[in-house]
Structure formats: C-alpha cells, structure tokens
Design a protein around this ligand. Structure first.
Ligand code: 13P
Length: 256
C-alpha cells in the first residue's frame, strides 16, 4: 500500500511586509485555518518579522519557518543569522537553497549542503529547494539537473534524511504566472523520490514530503496536490494574501 504522507503547505513571504503587516497577515491566516489539522502549515516571514509572527500564531497549529540561515554557530559573520538564533525564535523549519538565493547570493549546492547539515544538527527541518531553469528544461536536462542538485545538497546527512523536506521549484515557474502542468510536476516529483531512494533508501523516499512551488494559486493548487507524488506546496506571491493562502491550504485537505 502506498505510504500516507501528510501534506505540508508553506508560505514564503520573501522580502515583503512590515512587522505590522506580517502580524496582521499571520493572525488572519490563523483565524482562517483555525479548524484545519489535516495539513501542516508553515509561515516563513522575513527575519525581522519572525518574532511577531511567532507571537501571532502561538498556541495554534501553524508553524514558523525562516527563509535562510548561515552554517556557522556564531562569530564575525556580519549580516548572517545562525540556526540557534532561529531556534530561539521558535522556528521549526528553514527554507534552504531557494533559487533566488542560488541566483542572487551565490548559494551553491555545497553551500546548501553545509546549511542543511547545520540545520539538522540544530533540530531545524530544512525545506531544500531544487529546480531547473527554462533553458535546462528545453535542453532535456531536467532530470540530470535535479539529480545533481539533490546528490550534492543532500550529501552525508547520516541518520537525518527522514527530517528533510524537498521543494521542487522549476525556476521558470517562480513568480512568472507559468505553473508546471500537473503531469510535469508529477514526473519531476516521482524522479526526485527515486533519486532520494538511491541516496537514502526506499523507506526514506517513501515518506519524503515533496512540495511543489512556482505560481501556485488557489485555482491550481488542488489539481497539483492531487498528483500522487506532490505532498504540498511552497507558495510565494499567493501567500501574501490571507484568502488565497487559506484556500490553497484547504485544497490540500484530503477529500475536502
Ligand atoms: P511564486 O508562488 O510567487 O511563484 O513563488 C514561488 C516560490 O518561490 C516559493 O518559494
């Protein structure tokens, strides 16, 4: 029998919202989802709003995530944030290797791997992003690119593979309004699961949760998340509006 995997939907707010705006959005999402327990929900505000959003959702089932972190424990790393600092703000998750970090800030697979290992050592659950560019897809290199990113980003995690979440975010679908067709997403997710099976064994692969990200909206979320290997969503733009995010989460409720 196929393994049941609880869906996980995360809102990546990127570099948006003041503390006041973030608090209001988090409170509104929490109200909208007060009765929803069938989906794991994560909010990932910018660092500046982690404390306030943590307060706004405390006592409920929504969890807090960060958008990045550095791998060193402490020291002279101006501008960086450590895993312990995120734990101190009650973060449970951290997004690592987002394509915007890879493109604009030079996060290589090796950098992502160091961060992933540090996150796991610090009891943070990493959401590790992989995805191909349009050029790579058109050249027929999608599987190869995903495999290389996974093998390097998830190298040497020892007993911790079971705590990793992978987000498949085709770069061409991020913020573009172009969503992967459900079958395209399913193909990529099935491939990711098989590669993780080779890296970490079939038990880990069977329970691995793989989110889809890239122009997820209220009107396409249900079909995407109904694919066999799509276990949730990583939502950018549509997570900045309470109503659309709540609808996306509800689309992940089984048989809703
Ligand atoms: P959009 O939903 O705005 O396309 O962003 C996706 C994303 O990058 C989530 O991490």
């Amino acid at each position: 029998m196929a393994k049941y995997r609880k869906k996980i939907v995360a809102g990546n707010w990127k570099m948006n919202l003041s503390i006041a705006e973030a608090t209001e959005l988090a409170s509104s999402v929490a109200r909208g989802l007060a009765e929803v327990r069938e989906v794991d929900v994560v909010l990932c505000p910018p660092f500046t709003a982690l404390g306030a959003v943590g307060d706004a959702i405390s006592g409920g089932s929504i969890k807090l995530g960060a958008q990045n972190m550095y791998w060193e424990k402490d020291g002279a790393f101006t501008g960086e944030i450590s895993a312990a600092m995120l734990r101190g703000l009650f973060c449970r998750y951290v997004i690592l290797g987002h394509s915007e970090r890879r493109t604009h800030f030079g996060d290589t697979d090796e950098v992502v791997n160091r961060k992933v290992r540090t996150a796991l050592e610090s009891s943070l659950e990493p959401i590790v992003c992989v995805g191909e560019s349009l050029e790579q897809r058109e050249a027929g290199e999608t599987n190869e690119v995903l495999e290389a990113q996974l093998r390097a980003s998830l190298a040497d995690l020892g007993a911790d593979y079971g705590k990793v979440i992978v987000a498949y975010e085709p770069v061409w679908a991020i913020g573009s309004g172009l969503t992967a067709a459900p079958a395209q997403a399913q193909d990529a997710h099935a491939w990711i699961r098989s590669v993780v099976g080779e890296i970490a064994g079939s038990e880990v692969a069977d329970s691995l949760r793989i989110q889809y990200g890239g122009s997820v909206k209220a009107d396409n979320a249900r079909e995407l998340m109904s694919q066999a290997d799509v276990d949730g969503a990583l939502v950018g733009g549509a997570s900045l509006e309470s109503r659309s995010f709540v609808e996306i989460v509800r689309a992940g409720v089984p048989n809703d």
